[in-house]
Design a protein around this ligand. Structure first.
Ligand SMILES: [Zn+2]
Ligand SMILES: [Zn+2]
Length: 400
């Protein structure tokens, strides 16, 4: 399919995509509560004539999946937009400021939803030329951590029959109008852990009658710092951080227990798989040496987001046509995490970053900041990119 006609159609949607983005921005909804947004998306897709429309996942009214069937045979690809907002009071003074107190689209998922509706509009207007099927995933609860949207949608069949998936995130760390990509790991995993150290409480004056969990906790903490520095290849990226430390009630009491908790991030799925075992060995060993016992609860949250080489090349080749070679840039790995990673554990993915930072428009503030704001100008290009990627893939194209 001709990318230039896709770009033309996307440009013609500039006003509409901006309007949609600002409308979603003014009406943000928290994870798993994206009911109004989902209802709007469903009705929009129905009007465009999409098929197999399903709204509501995990027993909620949130999330929409729909298929656009092309007029020619071909492969099946999915495109995903997340729709949730954050529990944050907006500090921007804009006409489309959040009207829901304490809730704000501070990550740009309003833009993702608007862009993907634009893609549905572009591709449905050229469906006779389109091969195969494009499945649209409007996902709830990307920000929900342990109970996020992607694994629920997968569980409930959203990827059934899908051969590859693409998506984008607007990116405040990248200049507006640029497109960032990376092959292989692109965002880190994020896991949390909680360690309970059981000692034996007693009087602060008679430590020999007690078993002190606080000194043990201190030793465990220092030793955990050697895991990354002494046990992992220095060329790998791993972060092991302590975020919580709790013990004791009074200065003259040796407490019964101590609790240490934190998180682990890495860009290597194999290292991620080893971390729980390493931490348990350190905690058990130190605790045994110091007469305590350790109880480690390690909870995997988001996997590493890994971009498939062929899919990413395909996305990149379309991006060059849409943005121009000099505006398509390779990005370093981001240590943040994304539940798009769950899709990547099932099928080949291409997840890319659409620059939105423009100093004059004050759109360079960090994601999750109360002054975060999206530059609407590059959004039609984002829509053209995803539409072009889907059209090329379903027609059997590859990036090489
Ligand atoms: Zn976010
Ligand atoms: Zn986000």
């Amino acid at each position: 399919m001709n990318i230039s006609s896709i770009i033309e159609k996307a440009n013609a949607l500039t006003e509409k995509i901006t309007e949609l983005r600002r409308m979603f921005h003014a009406h943000p909804e928290l994870p798993w509560l994206e009911t109004e947004t989902s209802l709007f998306v469903e009705q929009y897709l129905r009007k465009l004539g999409l098929e197999n429309i399903r709204r509501g996942f995990d027993g909620t009214q949130s999330g929409v999946v729909a298929d656009l069937k092309g007029g020619k045979p071909g492969r099946c690809v999915a495109l995903r937009a997340d729709m949730d907002a954050l529990p944050l009071e907006e500090e921007n003074d804009v006409p489309y400021k959040s009207t829901h107190s304490g809730v704000m689209h501070a990550c740009g998922h309003d833009a993702h939803t608007a862009v993907l509706l634009g893609v549905a509009e572009i591709l449905s207007s050229m469906r006779d030329e389109l091969c195969g099927t494009v499945r649209f995933l409007f996902q709830p609860a990307e920000e929900a951590g342990m109970h996020s949207g992607a694994p629920k949608m997968i569980e409930e069949g959203a990827l059934d029959g899908v051969e590859a998936i693409g998506g984008l995130h607007v990116w405040a760390l990248l200049e507006s109008g640029k497109l960032g990509y990376r092959i292989g790991p692109v965002m880190a995993s994020a896991d949390i852990w909680d360690l309970k150290i059981q000692g034996k409480g007693g009087h602060g004056a008679m430590p020999h009658h007690a078993v002190d969990p606080t000194v043990t906790a201190a030793t465990v903490i220092s030793t955990l710092q050697t895991v990354v520095s002494r046990e992992i290849d220095p060329q790998e990226t791993v972060v092991l951080s302590i975020g919580k430390l709790e013990a004791g009630t009074a200065v003259n009491i040796i407490p019964d227990t101590a609790r240490v908790a934190g998180n682990v991030r890495t860009t290597n799925p194999e290292i991620r798989a080893r971390m729980q075992g390493i931490m348990k060995r350190v905690a058990d060993g130190i605790c045994a040496a110091m007469r305590c016992t350790a109880e480690l609860v390690y909870t995997p949250i988001y996997p590493v987001t890994v971009n498939d080489p062929a899919m990413t090349q395909l996305m990149r080749s379309v991006a060059v046509e849409v943005f121009g070679e000099e505006r398509v840039v390779e990005l370093p790995v981001a240590m943040g995490s994304e539940d798009f990673s769950y899709y990547g554990e099932k099928i080949p993915t291409a997840y890319v970053f659409l620059g939105i930072a423009d100093e004059a428009k004050r759109t360079g503030n960090q994601h999750h900041n109360p002054k975060f704001n999206v530059d609407d100008e590059p959004l039609p290009k984002g829509a053209a990119l995803l539409a072009g990627f889907a059209a090329r893939f379903t027609a059997g194209g590859s990036g090489s």
